[in-house]
Write a protein that binds this ligand. Structure first.
Ligand code: NAI
Ligand code: OAA
Length: 259
Protein backbone atom coordinates (compact mmCIF):
# COMPACT_ATOMS: atom_id res chain seq x y z
CA UNK A 1 0.00 0.00 0.00
CA UNK A 2 1.38 3.40 -1.03
CA UNK A 3 0.42 6.07 1.49
CA UNK A 4 0.48 9.84 0.93
CA UNK A 5 0.29 12.44 3.70
CA UNK A 6 -1.01 16.01 3.58
CA UNK A 7 0.86 18.02 6.25
CA UNK A 8 4.40 18.15 7.54
CA UNK A 9 3.74 18.60 11.26
CA UNK A 10 3.54 16.49 14.37
CA UNK A 11 1.11 13.72 13.22
CA UNK A 12 2.83 13.46 9.80
CA UNK A 13 6.22 13.04 11.46
CA UNK A 14 4.86 10.47 13.92
CA UNK A 15 3.35 8.38 11.09
CA UNK A 16 6.56 8.56 9.06
CA UNK A 17 8.50 7.28 12.06
CA UNK A 18 6.07 4.43 12.82
CA UNK A 19 5.36 3.36 9.23
CA UNK A 20 8.61 4.01 7.35
CA UNK A 21 11.15 3.48 10.14
CA UNK A 22 9.39 0.99 12.40
CA UNK A 23 7.34 -0.89 9.76
CA UNK A 24 4.13 -0.75 11.82
CA UNK A 25 1.71 -0.72 8.85
CA UNK A 26 1.36 -2.88 5.79
CA UNK A 27 2.75 -0.31 3.34
CA UNK A 28 5.00 2.72 3.07
CA UNK A 29 4.53 6.45 3.07
CA UNK A 30 5.89 7.36 -0.35
CA UNK A 31 4.97 11.05 -0.60
CA UNK A 32 4.18 14.06 1.53
CA UNK A 33 2.36 17.20 0.37
CA UNK A 34 2.67 20.46 2.28
CA UNK A 35 3.40 24.14 2.08
CA UNK A 36 6.21 24.31 4.63
CA UNK A 37 9.20 23.65 2.36
CA UNK A 38 11.79 23.57 5.13
CA UNK A 39 9.87 20.89 7.07
CA UNK A 40 9.07 19.01 3.85
CA UNK A 41 12.71 18.76 2.79
CA UNK A 42 13.73 17.69 6.30
CA UNK A 43 11.12 14.87 6.28
CA UNK A 44 12.12 13.92 2.75
CA UNK A 45 15.74 13.33 3.82
CA UNK A 46 14.96 11.72 7.16
CA UNK A 47 12.34 9.23 5.90
CA UNK A 48 13.22 8.76 2.20
CA UNK A 49 9.92 10.19 1.02
CA UNK A 50 9.13 12.54 -1.88
CA UNK A 51 7.96 16.02 -0.91
CA UNK A 52 5.46 17.99 -3.05
CA UNK A 53 4.13 21.53 -2.87
CA UNK A 54 1.91 20.97 -5.94
CA UNK A 55 -1.26 19.11 -4.95
CA UNK A 56 -2.10 17.91 -8.47
CA UNK A 57 1.41 16.46 -8.97
CA UNK A 58 1.09 14.72 -5.56
CA UNK A 59 -2.32 13.28 -6.50
CA UNK A 60 -1.05 11.96 -9.84
CA UNK A 61 1.21 9.53 -7.94
CA UNK A 62 0.04 5.91 -7.57
CA UNK A 63 -1.17 6.43 -3.99
CA UNK A 64 -3.68 3.97 -2.51
CA UNK A 65 -4.63 6.19 0.39
CA UNK A 66 -4.06 9.80 1.45
CA UNK A 67 -3.95 10.86 5.11
CA UNK A 68 -4.89 14.48 5.82
CA UNK A 69 -2.90 15.65 8.86
CA UNK A 70 -2.95 19.42 8.36
CA UNK A 71 -5.73 21.76 9.55
CA UNK A 72 -9.48 22.23 9.14
CA UNK A 73 -8.78 25.06 6.70
CA UNK A 74 -6.35 22.99 4.61
CA UNK A 75 -8.78 20.07 4.61
CA UNK A 76 -11.49 22.33 3.18
CA UNK A 77 -9.16 23.18 0.28
CA UNK A 78 -7.86 19.71 -0.60
CA UNK A 79 -10.23 16.89 0.32
CA UNK A 80 -12.47 17.06 -2.75
CA UNK A 81 -9.46 16.82 -5.08
CA UNK A 82 -8.15 13.75 -3.21
CA UNK A 83 -11.45 11.90 -3.62
CA UNK A 84 -11.97 13.11 -7.20
CA UNK A 85 -8.57 11.57 -8.00
CA UNK A 86 -9.98 8.25 -6.69
CA UNK A 87 -7.80 7.95 -3.60
CA UNK A 88 -9.05 6.52 -0.32
CA UNK A 89 -8.89 9.21 2.33
CA UNK A 90 -8.23 9.44 6.08
CA UNK A 91 -9.35 12.74 7.62
CA UNK A 92 -7.78 14.04 10.86
CA UNK A 93 -9.27 17.54 10.77
CA UNK A 94 -12.84 16.32 11.09
CA UNK A 95 -13.98 19.85 12.00
CA UNK A 96 -14.04 20.42 8.23
CA UNK A 97 -17.36 18.52 8.24
CA UNK A 98 -19.17 21.02 10.43
CA UNK A 99 -21.28 22.04 7.40
CA UNK A 100 -23.45 19.04 6.58
CA UNK A 101 -23.60 20.06 2.91
CA UNK A 102 -19.81 19.66 2.49
CA UNK A 103 -19.88 16.31 4.26
CA UNK A 104 -22.69 15.00 2.04
CA UNK A 105 -20.96 16.32 -1.09
CA UNK A 106 -17.69 14.54 -0.24
CA UNK A 107 -19.53 11.33 0.63
CA UNK A 108 -21.38 11.32 -2.72
CA UNK A 109 -18.12 12.03 -4.53
CA UNK A 110 -16.52 9.03 -2.79
CA UNK A 111 -19.49 6.85 -3.72
CA UNK A 112 -19.20 7.82 -7.38
CA UNK A 113 -15.37 7.50 -7.32
CA UNK A 114 -15.60 4.06 -5.66
CA UNK A 115 -13.35 5.16 -2.77
CA UNK A 116 -13.59 5.10 1.01
CA UNK A 117 -13.37 7.91 3.54
CA UNK A 118 -12.05 6.94 6.98
CA UNK A 119 -12.83 9.08 10.05
CA UNK A 120 -10.51 7.81 12.79
CA UNK A 121 -11.80 7.87 16.35
CA UNK A 122 -8.88 10.22 17.04
CA UNK A 123 -8.32 11.23 20.63
CA UNK A 124 -11.53 9.58 21.90
CA UNK A 125 -13.47 6.32 21.83
CA UNK A 126 -17.06 5.18 22.15
CA UNK A 127 -18.02 5.78 18.50
CA UNK A 128 -18.98 2.10 18.22
CA UNK A 129 -21.44 2.52 21.10
CA UNK A 130 -23.01 5.65 19.58
CA UNK A 131 -23.42 4.05 16.17
CA UNK A 132 -25.02 0.93 17.65
CA UNK A 133 -27.19 3.07 19.94
CA UNK A 134 -28.59 5.04 17.00
CA UNK A 135 -29.01 2.10 14.62
CA UNK A 136 -32.74 1.98 15.33
CA UNK A 137 -33.01 5.70 16.05
CA UNK A 138 -33.02 5.60 19.89
CA UNK A 139 -29.96 7.74 20.75
CA UNK A 140 -31.14 10.84 22.61
CA UNK A 141 -28.32 12.78 24.29
CA UNK A 142 -24.55 13.07 23.71
CA UNK A 143 -22.14 15.36 25.50
CA UNK A 144 -18.35 15.69 25.51
CA UNK A 145 -16.34 17.57 28.12
CA UNK A 146 -12.81 18.35 26.99
CA UNK A 147 -10.36 19.33 29.72
CA UNK A 148 -6.92 20.53 28.69
CA UNK A 149 -4.00 22.42 30.19
CA UNK A 150 -3.45 26.07 29.17
CA UNK A 151 -0.49 24.90 27.00
CA UNK A 152 -2.68 22.38 25.17
CA UNK A 153 -5.33 25.03 24.53
CA UNK A 154 -2.72 27.61 23.52
CA UNK A 155 -3.81 30.11 26.18
CA UNK A 156 -2.92 31.50 29.61
CA UNK A 157 -4.92 30.57 32.72
CA UNK A 158 -4.14 30.43 36.47
CA UNK A 159 -7.35 28.77 37.60
CA UNK A 160 -9.70 26.10 36.26
CA UNK A 161 -12.41 27.65 34.10
CA UNK A 162 -15.16 26.58 31.68
CA UNK A 163 -14.19 28.48 28.53
CA UNK A 164 -16.90 27.16 26.22
CA UNK A 165 -20.31 25.57 26.45
CA UNK A 166 -22.44 25.04 23.36
CA UNK A 167 -22.99 22.82 20.33
CA UNK A 168 -20.33 20.86 18.44
CA UNK A 169 -20.99 23.18 15.49
CA UNK A 170 -20.10 26.29 17.51
CA UNK A 171 -17.16 24.59 19.26
CA UNK A 172 -15.33 23.70 16.06
CA UNK A 173 -15.62 27.27 14.78
CA UNK A 174 -13.92 28.52 17.96
CA UNK A 175 -11.38 25.76 18.67
CA UNK A 176 -10.58 24.09 15.31
CA UNK A 177 -7.34 22.51 16.57
CA UNK A 178 -8.83 21.15 19.77
CA UNK A 179 -12.29 19.75 19.14
CA UNK A 180 -12.16 17.59 16.05
CA UNK A 181 -13.23 14.92 18.52
CA UNK A 182 -16.55 16.74 19.02
CA UNK A 183 -17.24 16.58 15.30
CA UNK A 184 -16.53 12.89 14.92
CA UNK A 185 -18.76 12.29 17.91
CA UNK A 186 -21.52 14.35 16.26
CA UNK A 187 -21.21 12.44 12.98
CA UNK A 188 -21.26 9.06 14.73
CA UNK A 189 -24.15 10.16 16.95
CA UNK A 190 -26.87 12.82 16.81
CA UNK A 191 -25.37 15.60 14.71
CA UNK A 192 -23.54 18.89 15.18
CA UNK A 193 -26.40 20.87 16.70
CA UNK A 194 -27.60 18.34 19.26
CA UNK A 195 -24.12 17.18 20.40
CA UNK A 196 -23.18 19.28 23.41
CA UNK A 197 -19.60 20.37 24.11
CA UNK A 198 -17.97 21.79 27.20
CA UNK A 199 -14.32 22.91 27.18
CA UNK A 200 -12.46 23.43 30.44
CA UNK A 201 -8.99 24.92 30.84
CA UNK A 202 -7.31 23.34 33.86
CA UNK A 203 -3.80 24.43 34.94
CA UNK A 204 -3.57 21.44 37.33
CA UNK A 205 -3.61 18.74 34.62
CA UNK A 206 -1.09 17.64 32.04
CA UNK A 207 -3.27 15.19 30.13
CA UNK A 208 -5.87 16.01 27.48
CA UNK A 209 -8.98 14.56 29.08
CA UNK A 210 -12.20 13.86 27.17
CA UNK A 211 -15.34 12.64 28.97
CA UNK A 212 -18.20 11.38 26.81
CA UNK A 213 -21.68 10.90 28.14
CA UNK A 214 -24.50 9.41 26.08
CA UNK A 215 -28.03 8.33 26.85
CA UNK A 216 -30.92 6.78 24.96
CA UNK A 217 -33.08 3.73 24.51
CA UNK A 218 -29.95 1.54 24.81
CA UNK A 219 -29.17 2.82 28.30
CA UNK A 220 -26.25 5.06 29.28
CA UNK A 221 -22.56 5.34 28.51
CA UNK A 222 -19.82 7.27 30.26
CA UNK A 223 -16.29 7.07 28.96
CA UNK A 224 -13.21 9.05 29.93
CA UNK A 225 -9.86 9.09 28.19
CA UNK A 226 -6.85 10.75 29.81
CA UNK A 227 -4.52 11.33 26.92
CA UNK A 228 -0.80 11.94 26.83
CA UNK A 229 -0.14 15.13 24.84
CA UNK A 230 2.42 14.78 22.05
CA UNK A 231 5.72 16.49 22.88
CA UNK A 232 6.02 18.31 19.55
CA UNK A 233 2.40 19.59 19.70
CA UNK A 234 0.67 19.39 23.10
CA UNK A 235 -2.67 20.38 21.52
CA UNK A 236 -2.69 16.91 19.95
CA UNK A 237 -3.05 13.71 21.97
CA UNK A 238 -0.88 10.69 21.18
CA UNK A 239 -4.07 8.60 20.87
CA UNK A 240 -5.12 10.73 17.86
CA UNK A 241 -1.95 9.81 15.97
CA UNK A 242 -2.23 6.18 17.10
CA UNK A 243 -5.80 5.99 15.80
CA UNK A 244 -4.62 6.96 12.29
CA UNK A 245 -1.89 4.34 12.50
CA UNK A 246 -4.58 1.79 13.50
CA UNK A 247 -6.73 2.77 10.48
CA UNK A 248 -3.74 2.10 8.22
CA UNK A 249 -3.06 -1.23 9.96
CA UNK A 250 -6.70 -2.42 9.74
CA UNK A 251 -7.63 -1.10 6.30
CA UNK A 252 -7.08 -4.29 4.34
CA UNK A 253 -7.74 -6.76 7.13
CA UNK A 254 -10.37 -9.45 6.55
CA UNK A 255 -11.45 -8.99 10.16
CA UNK A 256 -13.43 -5.89 11.18
CA UNK A 257 -13.93 -5.32 14.90
CA UNK A 258 -16.73 -3.18 16.34
CA UNK A 259 -20.27 -2.53 15.03
N1 NAI B 1 -9.39 13.81 15.18
C1 NAI B 1 -8.67 14.09 16.28
O1 NAI B 1 -8.88 13.53 17.35
C2 NAI B 1 -7.57 15.08 16.18
C3 NAI B 1 -7.36 15.78 15.02
N2 NAI B 1 -6.35 16.68 14.92
C4 NAI B 1 -6.19 17.37 13.64
O2 NAI B 1 -4.95 16.98 13.09
C5 NAI B 1 -4.29 18.13 12.59
C6 NAI B 1 -2.79 17.88 12.57
O3 NAI B 1 -2.31 17.74 13.88
P1 NAI B 1 -0.76 17.98 14.21
O4 NAI B 1 0.06 17.27 13.22
O5 NAI B 1 -0.58 17.72 15.64
O6 NAI B 1 -0.66 19.55 13.92
P2 NAI B 1 0.65 20.40 13.52
O7 NAI B 1 0.29 21.81 13.80
O8 NAI B 1 1.87 19.83 14.13
O9 NAI B 1 0.77 20.18 11.94
C7 NAI B 1 -0.12 20.77 11.03
C8 NAI B 1 0.53 20.77 9.65
O10 NAI B 1 -0.40 21.28 8.70
C9 NAI B 1 0.33 22.07 7.77
N3 NAI B 1 -0.59 22.97 7.10
C10 NAI B 1 -1.33 23.97 7.61
N4 NAI B 1 -2.03 24.59 6.63
C11 NAI B 1 -1.72 23.95 5.48
C12 NAI B 1 -2.10 24.13 4.13
N5 NAI B 1 -2.96 25.08 3.76
N6 NAI B 1 -1.58 23.29 3.20
C13 NAI B 1 -0.73 22.30 3.55
N7 NAI B 1 -0.32 22.08 4.82
C14 NAI B 1 -0.82 22.91 5.77
C15 NAI B 1 1.33 22.80 8.64
O11 NAI B 1 2.41 23.27 7.85
C16 NAI B 1 1.78 21.65 9.55
O12 NAI B 1 2.77 20.89 8.89
C17 NAI B 1 -4.75 19.26 13.53
O13 NAI B 1 -4.66 20.53 12.92
C18 NAI B 1 -6.19 18.87 13.79
O14 NAI B 1 -7.02 19.45 12.79
C19 NAI B 1 -5.48 16.87 15.95
C20 NAI B 1 -5.65 16.21 17.12
C21 NAI B 1 -6.72 15.29 17.35
O1 OAA C 1 -5.97 15.57 20.61
C1 OAA C 1 -6.95 15.83 21.31
O2 OAA C 1 -7.02 15.60 22.53
C2 OAA C 1 -8.18 16.39 20.67
C3 OAA C 1 -7.94 17.41 19.67
O3 OAA C 1 -6.98 18.14 19.71
C4 OAA C 1 -8.92 17.55 18.59
O4 OAA C 1 -10.01 16.95 18.68
O5 OAA C 1 -8.63 18.25 17.63
Amino acid sequence: MNIGIIGTGNIATYLLEQVNHNGLANGRITAVFGRNEEAGHRLSEQFQVDFYTDLQAFLKLPLDIVVEAATVEAASLYLKDVVAQKKDLVVSSIGVFKEAAFFEELKSLAESSGTYIYLPSGAIGGLDVLQSAKAAGGLERVRITTRKSPASLGMEADVEKVIFEGSAYEAVGKFPKNVNVALVLAIAGIGVDKTKVRIVVDPSIEQNTHTIEAEGEFGKMQLQVENTPMPSNPKTSLLAALSILAVLQNKDSALKIGN
